[in-house]
Design a protein around this ligand. Structure first.
Ligand code: MG
Length: 195
């Protein structure tokens, strides 16, 4: 039988033996308009086209040791245009395509809520996860060992940049073109800061 003092000692030894996880910078990516062409409420794989360099950019940040997250407003769910199952299925297809390219998104966060949602369960006057609110980024930071000071948010809309700013993350606007070329200049910084 293990007494209370012994239990306390065991806990102390256990915590001493497991140091806190090493914090890593995170790349927060808006989805529509950054990873795929924004055709409006994209929810079918048949309508999904990768932005040039998007998969390669994710692979490059994976290799550099960054966490990679997708943070996407999906009010189409709340508006009744498609379901959460559709969103999850699309994200699975993205993950499969990335895997083939040697890449990985560590977690997909999406916000189905909207002030005008048809279904009450998706209706909220100011959904905390809906960008420009920073809820999805804050959740990722709570769930993963994120080095916030070295992290980066990339979006194509004002709301993306504001969400990043409010989460304390440096934010860049992607206005189209090749995502790897756009983000390439960020990679050496991180490699040199990673020692
Ligand atoms: Mg967008």
């Amino acid at each position: 039988m293990v007494g209370r003092a012994e239990t306390a000692r065991l806990i102390a030894v256990t915590s001493a033996a497991s140091p806190p996880p090493v914090r890593r910078p995170a790349l927060f990516l808006d989805r529509d308009g950054v990873l795929n062409e924004d055709r409006g409420y994209v929810h079918r794989w048949a309508d999904f086209s990768w932005i040039p360099g998007a998969k390669a950019a994710i692979v490059a940040f994976n290799r550099a040791g960054w966490l990679v997250f997708v943070v996407t407003n999906q009010s189409g769910v709340g508006r009744g245009y498609y379901s959460e199952a559709d969103v999850l299925r699309l994200h699975e297809m993205m993950a499969d395509a990335l895997l083939e390219a040697g890449g990985r998104v560590d977690a997909f966060y999406y916000c189905p809520h909207h002030p005008d949602a048809a279904e009450p369960r998706y209706r909220h006057p100011d959904p905390p996860d809906r960008k420009p609110n920073p809820g999805m980024l804050l959740r990722a930071m709570a769930e993963w060992p994120v080095d916030v000071a070295r992290s980066l948010m990339v979006g194509d809309k004002d709301g993306d940049l504001e969400a990043g700013r409010r989460a304390g993350v440096r934010s860049l606007r992607f206005e189209g073109g090749n995502l790897l070329e756009f983000l390439g200049p960020e990679l050496p910084k991180l490699t040199s800061g990673d020692d």
